[in-house]
Design a protein around this ligand. Sequence first.
Ligand code: PLP
Length: 455
Amino acid sequence: MLPPSSFSRSTFILDCDTFVSSLREAVLVWAEHACVEVTAAMKTRVPRFSPSFSPLELGAALRALAAADDTKVRAFEQAFAQYIGVRHAIMVGSARMGAFLVLKGWGLEPGDEVLVPGFTYFSIPSIMVALGVKPVFVDIDPDTYVMDPDDLERKITPRSRVVVPTHLYGFPCPMDRILKIAWRAGLKVLEDCAQATGARSHGKRLGSFGDAAYYTFGLTKNITTLKGGMVTTDDDDLAEFLAGEMARCSRLPLKPLVKEIGVGVAMMVVTDPRVYPFTLHPVVGRLTRWTGKDVLHDVFEEKAVLYEAEPKWFRNSGARGVQAAVGLVQLNRIDRLNGMRAAHGRFLLEHLSHAEGLRVPRFSPGAEPIFMSFPIQVPNPTAVASRMLDRGIDTTRGYMCDCSTLPLFEGKARGDCPNAGRVERQILHIPVHPNLGPDALRHIVEAARQSVRGN
Ligand SMILES: Cc1ncc(COP(=O)(O)O)c(C=O)c1O
């Protein structure tokens, strides 16, 4: 330190200048280093999904909440019907509620049979049991993941009333063949579009082929209203029945909707490519390695239950304006987001179809899939998932299962599905969501190839 006598004003100013410029240089070096790290991490740390909830939906939700505006429900229903290309759309509490009400509206009786794919979400066959209806499981085509029309034909009996073609992962069912078989057998067709809002086949939107269709709008779907779902149909009587049933419901309480807004904001933040590598990724990675389990799946997994009667919460599922306000914003964005999913799906297909040791999805001519998911099949999915995670990529085994072997349905359903069982054992979903950049996509392809080879 200088003795006080030698300390002059000019020396002090000079030292300050040196200090400030060194500090500025250090900050710049740090910022450059941080940018390089963030950019590298964005390419190589990839979440399994991204929500379609954005600041636009958040703004619409908050405005509708503040205005206590419930007038938008009809507007959303009309806009949705127009989007699908049908006469009616009726907001319901969930896809399973939609399926339940449609089957009830069609007057199905105990002992009647409904043909559903064996590889599907448990809640759909489960809710059929609540009506006393028997689910009959139809096997899937292991390449397309949807109902195999040949097995459908084999499983029809004189008790068959309805067939439910499920456009799983946004992959269109072969509707031309399914419709022919259904019409010949006098069956109604109820399309499961829970993962397929906006997908098309031969230029026509899924949901407009059959007699009715149901959709789900949870936060992780390609279109969200926070909670809830929709039924669409051209059948005036069915639409009137559904509107009457919904009019008898009390409105969904605000508390769970506000909670969903919070969850939506949290998902939006932690899956942002600039935030994910430093927040959710290290947590999920560590927990997965420690526990040897898919921890995210366990957090969100819904316990499979058999509905023995109409659930009480159905009567508390009336739509609110805040859901419709979010849905209206989503309808403006859905084609762009679906387009991005589809482009990413095509990229992965193109670069992985010749990779050794893995099976990619295939599509029939005219199908316009939206890739809610990109499933691959490998003999050892858990080992491949762990190697993918080592390379920064979060994958999941998903939540579909071979319902034909679920103990839940023993004695309540029938129909073997060997392909569904094989697919369940071998499936692994790799990221395909709209938030992926070209570098991340290339990294996924490379990581998948190497992980399957066991490197
Ligand atoms: C294919 C399929 N069908 C039905 C459902 C049930 O939807 P919800 O939870 O709205 O009843 C889901 C849920 O994700 C699904 O993926």
